[in-house]
Each structure stands twice: as structure tokens, then as C-alpha cells.
Design a protein around this ligand. Structure first.
Ligand code: C2E
Ligand code: MG
Ligand code: MG
Ligand code: MG
Length: 291
């Protein structure tokens, strides 16, 4: 009967819900243990000049080196941690690892380049993000310009608390990048009172099969608007030479994507940075020559 079928559906729904919750609870326990075992590592993906291909900065992207499952990508655990108020413990760990590596690169006599880390909206509700980041750079004795902060457009737009944190972080001397720009609903409206330094254009604009022409026009418009507003731009997800040529043509000076480099582990990035002329120390925001 209909009623029976309905009851079955509800029961199925409840089963799959509780299964999902059980899986999430299990994952959270695993993550807690994995943090203790130091199974999380930062991978590093270069941000490059579209003209020269030289590296101007890095983004730190977390990977879970699982003893049985191998490398686990952030998509498999970050959203769960965000939903459960747990992301801050991972981010604290990642930010610390990034600063520790920067310190060690400097101590070994290398000229440092800026590394950006990702900040989740949920971090704001678990820790004092501003104080934490300030403590980190001072503990490791780093210039504020070396630790750049990526905040997604949606977190910035949807939460006054995030906009306020950004204001304070900027006042302290941190550089702010708006991640996934253009993926939200209010991108243009938000630009009116924006206080960030760099827009990272969402990779959806470069990698669309359906309406390439239109995406390219939007990209071009965003680049010229950013120039008028004195904002720097990094295009995300540049995978082909054609895309990089196009970016260069429309005046987008920087890009991050597989065409240049995939995210890589610490040993690999150190080897890459050590190659002659790999790095352009002028950086996305220029005044790094004195570091
Ligand atoms: P995101 O911050 O927007 O990072 C860019 C993502 O695009 C990365 O995925 C990167 O590997 C990928 N990517 C880079 N170039 C290309 C390309 O040419 N083509 C394609 N298809 N993809 C490209 P990943 O590493 O899987 O990270 C996914 C997301 O997870 C990140 O997006 C970020 O939102 C989040 N995330 C990563 N690490 C952390 C972290 O330590 N903390 C927090 N809170 N979030 C993180
Ligand atoms: Mg990012
Ligand atoms: Mg400083
Ligand atoms: Mg992004």
C-alpha cells in the first residue's frame, strides 16, 4: 500500500541518516588520532606569473597521509570537520606546519616567498583566529607578508564576523586573498566595500565546457574591474597553454593550476624552489624584495 511504501521510505531515510552520522562520528575520531600521529601534511602549489611562469607564491593544501588508505584529499574530510566544529584543530595544525617550514627555509639560508593558508568560516567560532595567527607569526619570527590568508567569498559575504576578522588581520599587516571569487551570488555587490588585497578567480570560469565564450567575457571584465580597484588577481585552475595565453592577453598576471604545477610535497617543493630562476621575488604584491 501507499502508506506502507511511505513507511519504508522513511525508515530507509532514517537508516541512511544514522549511517551517515555514524560514519561522520567515526571519521572525527580518526581525524583526532591522525592529528596526534601527525598524519596530516601540507602540500604546496605554486602561484605563477602568466608571462614568465616563475613562482611568486605558494598555497598550502592539506593532505592526509593515511597509513592504509594512502593520500586522502581534503574534499573527503574538510566538509565533515567544518560541519562538526572540528576544522579549527586541523587548521591550527596546518598553519603551524606552514610557519614551521617557512622558518626552517629561512634558517637554511633561503629567501622566503609568501605562502597562503586557507581559513574556514567555522574557525571563527572555535578559536580567536586573529590572535592565533598573530601569535604564530611572532612565535616563528616571520614577517606578516609571508603568511597570506585565503578566505572564501561565501564566508566573507555571509558573515559579518569574517569581514571584521579580515579588517583586523589587515590592520596587523596580513595579506588577504578572496578565494573562489565569482562562485557566490553577490560577488559584484560585495566588491563595493571589499577590503581584501587579492581576488582568486574561481576555476569555474576557466574550465567550462558549456559556455566558454561567456565565461571568457566575464573573466575579462573582472580583470579590468580589479585593475580599476587596485586589486591583484590570481586565476585558479589554469590547466592548458591556451588558457594561460588567454589570461596573459586579458592582463591577468598570475595563475595557479596544473599547467604550471600540481600541489606537491615538501621535498618536491624544496627541490623546485632551489632551481635557478624558479622564483620571482617581486611577488604578487611586489614589495617582497626586502625580505
Ligand atoms: P581551494 O582553496 O580553492 O584550493 C584549490 C583547489 O584546486 C585545490 O584542491 C587544488 O589542488 C585544486 N587545483 C589547483 N589547480 C588546479 C587545476 O588546474 N585544475 C583542477 N581541476 N584543480 C586544481 P584540493 O587540494 O583538493 O583542496 C580543495 C579545497 O579544500 C580547497 O579549495 C580548500 O577550500 C580546502 N582546503 C584545502 N586545504 C585546506 C586547509 O588546510 N584548511 C582548510 N580550512 N581548507 C582547506
Ligand atoms: Mg584556497
Ligand atoms: Mg610584520
Ligand atoms: Mg579556490
Amino acid at each position: 500500500s501507499v502508506k506502507n511504501a511511505y513507511a519504508k521510505r522513511v525508515a530507509w531515510y532514517e537508516d541512511s541518516m544514522s549511517e551517515k552520522l555514524e560514519n561522520e562520528a567515526k571519521l572525527l575520531l580518526e581525524v583526532k588520532q591522525a592529528l596526534k600521529n601527525r598524519e596530516f601534511v601540507p602540500y604546496w602549489q605554486p602561484q605563477c606569473s602568466t608571462r614568465t611562469g616563475r613562482i611568486v607564491g605558494l598555497e598550502a593544501l592539506v593532505r592526509w597521509q593515511h597509513p592504509e588508505r594512502g593520500i586522502v584529499m581534503p574534499g573527503a574530510f574538510i566538509p565533515v570537520l567544518e560541519r562538526n566544529g572540528f576544522i579549527a584543530s586541523l587548521d591550527l595544525y596546518v598553519w603551524d606546519e606552514v610557519c614551521r617550514n617557512l622558518r626552517s627555509w629561512i634558517d637554511r639560508g633561503n629567501r622566503p616567498i609568501p605562502v597562503s593558508v586557507n581559513i574556514s568560516r567555522a574557525d571563527l567560532y572555535a578559536i580567536d583566529v586573529v590572535e592565533t595567527l598573530e601569535d604564530l607569526v611572532s612565535t616563528y619570527g616571520l614577517d606578516h607578508r609571508l603568511l597570506e590568508l585565503e578566505i572564501t567569498e561565501s564566508a566573507y559575504a555571509e558573515d559579518r564576523k569574517m569581514a571584521e576578522a579580515v579588517r583586523q588581520l589587515k590592520a596587523l599587516g596580513f595579506t588577504i586573498l578572496m578565494d573562489d571569487f565569482g562562485s557566490g551570488y553577490s560577488s559584484l555587490n560585495m566588491l563595493k566595500d571589499i577590503t581584501v588585497d587579492v581576488l582568486k578567480i574561481d576555476m569555474g570560469f576557466l574550465n567550462r565546457e558549456d559556455d566558454t565564450q561567456r565565461s571568457e567575457s566575464i573573466l575579462e571584465a573582472v580583470v579590468s574591474m580589479a585593475r580599476l580597484m587596485d586589486l591583484r588577481i590570481i586565476a585558479e585552475g589554469a590547466e592548458t597553454k591556451e588558457q594561460v595565453d588567454f589570461l596573459q592577453e586579458i592582463g591577468c598576471d598570475y595563475a595557479q593550476g596544473y599547467y604550471f604545477h600540481r600541489p606537491m610535497d615538501t621535498e618536491q617543493i624544496e627541490a623546485l624552489l632551489g632551481q635557478p630562476n624558479a622564483v620571482d621575488f617581486r611577488g604578487v604584491l611586489s614589495p617582497l624584495m626586502d625580505l
